[in-house]
Write a protein that binds this ligand. Structure first.
Ligand SMILES: CC(C)(COP(=O)(O)OP(=O)(O)OC[C@H]1O[C@@H](n2cnc3c(N)ncnc32)[C@H](O)[C@@H]1OP(=O)(O)O)[C@@H](O)C(=O)NCCC(=O)NCCS
Length: 160
């Protein structure tokens, strides 16, 4: 898998992918107003140009098939908008991209945080499998958001 850093020029493709990927989550939570679905093109473009926000993606034969953002907030890397094209889900792209983005996050990041809806069975399973631990739940409309955390494990380099 080759990890690509995405920027404002990729905003149109990212938003298209985001809307396609999040519709099943909206149906599962009976909430069409999930932030990834209400986000405008201008907001996506701004996020992709924000120096505090790093966005990575995967292209297959030029086509954008996956993307994820990490916003640096102090020592925390806030992971969001992890998306894989509907026809490419279930082939390991989402987990590979998340792990690669964690590796590529700025050195100041010591912990990763993210959340998902309680009815998102796939993401809940994936995050636990990748080492994220549930920290707490917060109410959101008629369901709960499940918050996770994962300390950064530094790899590479001999231990002296
Ligand atoms: C969630 C998402 C990013 C996962 O990407 P993916 O490439 O499909 O996931 P992977 O193939 O890497 O699967 C990794 C693990 O996630 C879990 N998983 C992912 N999708 C699943 C599903 N629909 N049902 C059950 N488990 C699922 C599994 O544990 C899987 O590992 P396993 O097959 O070895 O058991 C992708 O399905 C997606 O874009 N979903 C819509 C958007 C979304 O919900 N984003 C996250 C919101 S917080």
């Amino acid at each position: 898998m080759s990890l690509l850093r995405l920027g404002p020029a990729d905003a149109g493709e990212v938003l298209t992918l985001q809307r396609a990927a999040y519709v099943p989550e909206a149906r599962a939570h009976e909430n069409i107003d999930l932030p990834p679905l209400t986000e405008t093109f201008e907001q996506t473009k701004a996020a992709l140009g924000d120096p505090a926000c790093s966005t990575w993606g995967i292209r297959e034969s030029g086509r954008l098939v996956a993307s994820v953002r990490i916003v640096v907030d102090g020592g925390a890397g806030l992971v969001g908008r992890l998306i894989v094209a509907p026809d490419r889900q279930g082939h390991g792209l989402g987990s590979s991209l998340l792990l690669a983005a964690e590796d590529a996050a700025p050195p100041s990041v010591t912990v990763f945080r993210l959340f998902t809806g309680e009815r998102s069975a796939g993401p809940l399973r994936m995050y636990r499998k990748l080492g994220y631990v549930e920290t707490h739940r917060t109410p959101e409309k008629h369901y709960q958001l499940v918050h996770f955390e994962k300390p950064r494990v530094r790899t590479g380099g001999p231990v002296r």
